[in-house]
Design a protein around this ligand. Structure first.
Ligand SMILES: [Zn+2]
Length: 342
């Protein structure tokens, strides 16, 4: 079990992060409800401390902060990430003063943030820094920006380029990540990546037969199945489901075939089909769907207008589940192990 009382944890977070006690308390309450009351306040406080890079149990060097956990008002932070964009420095003037500001966009796979360099610190950017490089920034502070929290460099901040022992996903996947789309901004013909919860499904028989050779739909004729290319075949079973994703900015229909439908419903096609034989196919999907209702996923695909229904939809080609509870449990486990083996 945890060795620190809630008050002690809060005061350590306050001391190191510069956040107010009130703010920390509300973050703890939010975390408890985010995790459906599955953790205690102490547990939630440990998670917050961990996310903010506050070491509770050892006096070792401060941990790096993940970019998704940046909060305006944090001071003295250490972060790392891969550069996904370098912006040209621009001149600024204000009344009788003037100077330069430069910035880069970095991502660590959990989030994306702008790193801002003012005036003589813009020189730091002249050191052959380029897209794809990994940087580690320390002793910086976090400010509210137009597109989320920004990391600002100050006199005593450090910048390391391509430091050893830092693991960041490759540029291609980070670019994908940084271009995540709000559902409210979606239009026809876009390649989009959405993080949203699945909130509803359209009741329709999901099963259809495919050619085992080419995976294209096999058409039935007099009880036999034919592929346009391969003639008469003994078909495999596939499925397609239509669901609604919501990300808080809006909702959109998603169409998922085969394996992607299996991932969303968390069941194999054959198993679902055998459940359908006991009741009926739509009922089987409905029951399975109720188990994943509200679950969050990151999905990507191309948008199109369905010519039949006239609704905008995303034809999904990639899906992965997001699990905050699982993530939190993992962190708690690490913390507990740390407590026993200091
Ligand atoms: Zn075929």
């Amino acid at each position: 079990m945890f060795q620190l009382a809630l008050e002690e944890i809060i005061s350590k977070i306050k001391e190191t992060s510069g956040l107010s006690e009130e703010r920390i308390n509300s973050m703890i309450d939010e975390k408890v409800s985010e995790l459906n009351d599955m953790v205690s306040k102490e547990g939630a406080a440990h998670i917050i401390a961990n996310q903010l890079g506050v070491q509770l149990l050892k006096t070792a060097e401060r941990k790096e902060l993940q970019l998704k956990n940046l909060l305006p008002g944090l001071r003295n932070v250490t972060v790392f990430g891969r550069i996904i964009r370098v912006f040209d420095p621009v001149e600024w003037t204000k009344e009788d003063r003037s100077g330069k500001v430069g910035s880069i966009l970095i991502s660590d796979g959990t989030g994306t943030s702008r790193v801002v360099f003012w005036d003589k610190r813009v020189e730091m950017l002249n050191k052959d820094i380029k897209e794809g490089d990994i940087i580690r920034v320390s002793s910086a502070y976090v400010k509210k920006g137009n597109y989320g929290p920004e990391i600002h460099m100050r006199d005593k901040s450090n910048l390391e380029i391509n430091p050893e022992g830092v693991d960041v996903p490759p540029l291609s996947s980070l670019k994908d990540f940084s271009e995540r789309t709000n559902i409210s901004d979606i239009q026809e013909g876009m390649q989009v990546s959405i993080r949203g919860a699945v909130v509803d499904f359209i009741p329709r028989n999901p099963f259809f037969e495919i050619c085992p050779e080419c995976n294209k739909r096999a058409n039935e004729q007099d009880g036999k199945f034919f592929c346009e290319e391969h003639g008469e075949v003994k078909p495999d079973l596939s499925m397609v489901i239509n669901v609604i994703f919501d990300d808080g900015t809006g909702n959109i229909r998603g169409v998922l075939f085969g394996k992607r439908a299996e991932t969303l419903l968390d069941i194999e096609i054959k198993k679902l089909h055998s459940l359908g034989e006991k009741t009926d196919n739509i009922q089987a999907v409905k029951e399975q769907f109720s188990k994943v209702l509200g679950k969050e996923f990151v999905v990507s695909g191309r948008t199109r207008t369905n010519t039949f229904t006239n609704y905008l939809e995303v034809l999904i080609n990639d899906i992965s589940p997001v699990s905050p509870v699982k993530e939190a449990k993992k962190i708690i486990k690490e913390i507990e192990e740390e407590t026993f083996n200091p």
